[in-house]
Write a protein of this length. Structure first.
Length: 289
């Protein structure tokens, strides 16, 4: 196995680029509709590209959810990120690094963009997680080329529709937020088996807060690209419990928002006008012999 210092393309990716340059054969992850749509839009596949990063993910040092007035009683319990900022930042770094390495490989084979990107995580074991970005690199057939590499989770046929409407995918963007809330007496009572069908207000507060924070970070990421807007592709959300001390239970929520920042590059084409057809003959329902 070749040593690698983490800079530039990984050796395996560099070999993929070299093989593609030698034989000129490309592979893709495109479906038939995606490949056909891209061709109509003036794009052709160059090859499948990948970015990967393996990272230790730990919540060591995470503190418990904070109490408000009435510690242990009917007080207000706040949602906070204390102790989980490092974990959230590790998530952002993992996704960003995988995307950066995917972009490097796409640039090395002369691509103008990458479509249909699947950005995922997979546990490796012992708190270690692999972040993977996998997509199909494409190149414009025309002389007019994008000024920078574009990335998108949208499939090829959706990219073609966007471009036909005067929009260009700019970048795959994401927002990540992690927060914690203490299970106070009221939350425990509402979540107990005997509570019946009732809202667990503490969990609602935690999830709403975390999702809003993720969306806010997603919006900031869109602004950083200079795009006009974004198309959200997925909003995964999960919640789990932790026990930072004996008989003391908190709940942690993790919210992710993934999407594609889009920019206007041409005026929208005029929508086709519908035509009304009026029959010039009277409706004759009689049977013909």
């Amino acid at each position: 196995m070749t040593d690698w210092d983490g800079r530039g393309l990984p050796p395996v990716a560099a070999r993929r680029v070299h093989r593609a340059a030698e034989n000129g054969v490309w592979t893709s992850l495109l479906s038939t509709p995606a490949a056909a749509g891209l061709r109509v839009a003036g794009l052709e596949p160059v090859g499948e590209v990948m970015g990967s990063m393996v990272q230790q993910m730990s919540v060591t040092g995470a503190s418990c959810g904070m109490y408000g007035p009435g510690f242990g009683g009917p007080g207000f319990v706040t949602v906070n990120r204390t102790g989980f900022d490092a974990y959230a930042e590790a998530l952002r770094r993992g996704y960003a690094t995988a995307m950066d390495r995917l972009g490097q490989e796409a640039g090395a084979i002369g691509a103008d963009g990458v479509v249909g990107i699947d950005l995922t995580t997979a546990p490796v074991g012992n708190g270690v997680v692999e972040f993977t970005a996998l997509g199909t690199a494409v190149r414009a057939r025309s002389a007019a080329r994008p000024g920078r590499l574009f990335t998108t989770a949208l499939p090829g046929q959706d990219v073609a529709k966007l471009m036909g409407a005067g929009w260009l995918p700019a970048a795959l963007v994401f927002g990540v937020a992690v927060a914690v809330r203490h299970d106070d007496w009221q939350t425990r009572a509402q979540a107990s088996w005997g509570a019946g069908n009732t809202e667990v207000g503490g969990y609602t507060q935690l999830l709403v807060h975390t999702r809003a924070e993720a969306r806010s970070r997603f919006t900031r990421h869109v602004r950083q690209t200079g795009a006009d807007g974004a198309i959200v592709s997925s909003m995964p959300l999960r919640m789990w419990s932790i026990e930072p001390s004996e008989n003391h239970r908190d709940h942690v929520a993790e919210s992710l928002v993934f999407g594609t920042a889009v920019a206007r590059f041409a005026p929208a084409p005029t929508a086709a006008r519908s035509l009304t057809f009026l029959p010039l003959r009277q409706n004759d329902s009689r049977s013909r012999s």
